[in-house]
Design a binder for this molecule. Structure first.
Ligand code: PMP
Length: 420
């Protein structure tokens, strides 16, 4: 386009933007929260447990009382299907997997793994952060004072050439954050080769750990769901089962904040973690675990629930994809992911434009995840990545919000090209 043409386009976009602004919208696409209708799908859970229910576990333990610090055997069995880890290597815990990740990092910092000095006493320790990634992961290790190292995310997962190099050369690299299926925010699933390379890692640090957060393990949205290779089994083949620690929760299956979380790990790692947890809590909320068991019954029950979620969520993802394609397709101002599941779509706008897009949207009443949030320290070196969370607004609102978003992406691009 000539400068004149570009100027005209910008004027037109500005006009459309002003019209949006005048509408006084108040929409939120910032965090991956389910909408009310999706929460309604789990309401039966609140009736599944009452004073007439059998409140004894298969072990004979009374779930109303202390005991069973690693959770109900039935719950660990259910998680075993979700996590692909032996039930005996799983702890069914409280309401939050992020909490269990925080505790695991905390345990490494104060007490250490594999008989090594605690991470907190080894100097300037580092953690690998595949980016774009999950801001709360990065925040945990930032909080504990790790140096955060950005690793590029590829369509196959973290760039394993970079991971292998960093891990095998530097004893101060202690771990890596991974969301292996329907990654937050790109929605990609790690390839078989990536998983095999993780299982075959030869870290310089004996106490290096892979934080394998499979938060979206059953969150399929299409008839052709992604398949993730089982890291636990691959590690067993390689004799590297001390490398990973697995996490999962039902937050995005039942109720966020009132679900059940789990951690899976090798016998060696569990010995360390169980000791740590034994000082921290007398045991988890087993009544909530019972409630989940009575409602879902088994793994098939979970998959049935996810089919119902899909009915609500798939149209939302489609609405976003359609808008991106129809408004931005072929214009060279953005590229985006089209995931088969999970909770997010990742959009890359022109370098230097993400912050501007987010603030334009905000001024016109649409809140997005802060630009930069998907990178360590909240700083996207290219200022180009934006996480779109389509799960909360209803489809009609989502379409309006995406219309505005697409105008803002183009307006920011026009401003950049006109050097304003
Ligand atoms: N991991 C990932 C990748 C997430 O996206 C989220 C929630 N958005 C969580 C963990 C938090 O899970 P929980 O509620 O179990 O703490």
């Amino acid at each position: 386009m000539s400068e004149k043409e570009l100027s005209d386009v910008r004027a037109d976009l500005q006009e459309r933007y002003n019209q949006f602004k005048a509408r006084g919208l108040k929409l939120n696409m910032a965090r991956g929260k389910p909408e009310t209708e999706q929460l309604q799908l789990s309401m039966g859970m609140l009736d599944a447990l009452n004073s007439a229910s059998d409140l004894y576990a298969s072990t004979g333990d009374d779930c109303r009382n202390y005991g069973m610090p690693y959770g109900l055997p039935e719950m660990r069995e259910l998680f075993s299907h979700m996590m692909g880890v032996d039930a005996s290597n799983i702890i069914a815990g409280g309401n939050s997997s992020l909490n269990m990740m925080f505790d695991t990092v905390s345990c490494g910092v104060t007490h250490g793994f594999s008989g090594c000095l605690p991470w907190g006493r080894q100097g300037a320790v580092k953690f690998l952060c595949p980016s774009p990634g999950y801001d709360r992961h990065f925040a945990v290790t930032e909080y504990f004072g790790f140096e955060l190292i950005t690793v590029p995310m590829l369509p196959t997962g973290p760039d394993m050439d970079v991971v292998e190099k960093l891990v095998s050369n530097d004893e101060l690299v202690k771990g890596i954050w991974c969301v292996p299926k329907y990654s937050n925010p790109t929605g990609i699933t790690y390839s078989d080769e990536t998983v095999r390379r993780f299982a075959a890692l030869k870290p310089a640090a004996k106490d290096f750990r892979i934080f394998w957060d499979n938060a979206y393990c059953v969150h399929d949205l299409t008839d052709t769901p992604d398949q993730l290779l089982n890291l636990w089994l691959e590690c067993k083949k390689n004799g590297t089962e001390d490398l990973p620690v697995f996490f999962v929760s039902t937050s995005k299956i039942s109720f966020p904040g009132a679900g059940v979380a789990a951690l899976g790990a090798s016998d060696n790692n569990l010995a360390v973690l169980k000791k740590h947890f034994s000082y921290e809590t007398i045991g988890p909320d087993k009544l909530n675990q019972l409630r989940h068991l009575y409602f879902f019954k088994d793994y098939d029950g979970i998959l049935e629930q996810m089919k119902k979620h899909r009915k609500l969520l798939a149209p939302k993802f489609k609405a976003v994809a359609n808008k991106l394609e129809s408004e931005l397709g072929g214009k060279g101002v953005a590229c985006w992911t089209n995931p088969n599941g999970g909770y997010f779509i990742s959009v890359d706008v022109l370098n230097g434009c993400a912050k501007r897009v987010v603030s334009l949207c905000k001024e016109a009443g649409v809140t997005l995840t802060n630009a930069g949030a998907t990178f360590p320290y909240g700083k996207d070196p290219n200022d180009s990545n934006i996480r779109v969370a389509p799960t909360y607004p209803p489809v009609d609102e989502l379409e309006v919000a995406m219309d505005l978003f697409c105008i803002c992406v183009q307006l920011a691009a026009a401003e950049k090209l006109l050097n304003k």
